[in-house]
Ligand binder design. Sequence first.
Ligand SMILES: Cc1cc2nc3c(=O)[nH]c(=O)nc-3n(C[C@H](O)[C@H](O)[C@H](O)COP(=O)(O)OP(=O)(O)OC[C@H]3O[C@@H](n4cnc5c(N)ncnc54)[C@H](O)[C@@H]3O)c2cc1C
Length: 417
Amino acid sequence: MFVGGKVGRRATGITRRDIDGAKYHEAKYYGAKYHERPTWYLLSPLRCSLSQVPARRVQHEVEDRRGVRNGGGDWSFGAEPEPQILDYQTQQYKLLPQIATIFGIHFSARRVWDTYNEVTGNIHEGNLDLLPELHAISCGLKALSSSDASAGIEICRLACGGHGYLSSSNLPRIYTTTTAANTYEGENTVMWLQVARYIIKSYREARKGEKLCHSVSYLAAQPVSTHLSTNLSNEALVEAYKKAVSAIVSETAERLQKHCDQGEQFELAWNKCSVLLVKCAQAHTRYFTCEQFVENVESLELSEGVRNVLRRLCRLYLIYHISLNQGDFLRSQALSPENISTLEGEMCELLAVLRDDAVSLVDSFDIHDRILGSTLGCWDGNVYHRMFSEAQKSPMNQTDVPEAYSKYLRPLMKANL
Ligand SMILES: Cc1cc2nc3c(=O)[nH]c(=O)nc-3n(C[C@H](O)[C@H](O)[C@H](O)COP(=O)(O)OP(=O)(O)OC[C@H]3O[C@@H](n4cnc5c(N)ncnc54)[C@H](O)[C@@H]3O)c2cc1C
């Protein structure tokens, strides 16, 4: 078990002697899980993929404003310049939700820290009630952030076309470093099952009328039978999330109970439901990030300009994940097909509006070129110059014509065969 990290003593004033040893280690462990780290890895690929914007601008200048690409992909030569690659809606759909993900995880991690500080504070009074809550949100966010980051980096690599495959892009190294986070500090499937255990326990407590902790309190709510009709505000979408996740949890808990009622051992019954249990945990954690995103965007002290951009990003995050998991929302009648259709239309509009903020949002994290270590995405936008200089370093490129040509090929070509 990894114990330690920079958090703990300075933040809380607690020392090992203050509390029971095992619990101290447990609390420190959750504090030491760096939930955000994987998504921060996602920033570098985003810088690389967004570099295609200035890169294309450079290319376009070199090509002397040749023409404009039609919808079908043909070039018609005319007055209009080549569009920047980020003007393609499909490209916006690849990259903008990844930017939203970083902020979604960032705000959720703040909540984990708050809970961590509350738990370590309560431990002084011998109160460990919040420890299971901290364990569950910590495990869930670890698994969600590492899997989102891994998937997101691959999307960014694809967004760079063939350049994303260059080793000098640094994307292959960033990808392999990040995917390891799915395994270390708690293998993700095992993490999801830990979250599921907490959810099922909480669901059962709710049925007995017991009070639940904040992150699972929605499981105690009475199911609402009507569709959301026209209200598709952020708050209404978070409510829809609650309803959809409650339905998945309720169905899975009942299935688990059925196996137990048939006389199966709990662990065997658990294994027979584990695919659905993982799904419960994933849906619950996604809902948690959506809720935190909405709450933080409205409550943080921000300028109105920044808040408006973050509001749009938050909206994109909510709709993007609803659209991806629409089956869950439709099955639970949390949203109607018409609701989904309206939201998808709004998502396309949001992509176009957020397009102009993409580079600034990523630059706001201020990743230094040295950290990025990539020929793509450097601050000055000189992508092609850097790629050319990097290619020149290859032993194959030390002479204009490789030695092998004069040594083997040329004599062969000149010979009378
Ligand atoms: C890059 C890297 C760095 C590491 N650094 C360290 C380090 O510094 N210190 C350290 O101590 N360790 C380190 N590790 C080890 C790491 O913590 C373990 O690999 C990780 O916890 C997974 O354990 P495992 O390898 O035994 O896999 P297993 O637990 O055997 O998992 C194998 C497969 O079985 C599945 N599985 C396992 N249990 C269950 C279950 N109950 N239900 C369903 N499915 C299950 C998993 O999902 C996985 O697919 C590192 C690993 C990597 C990849």
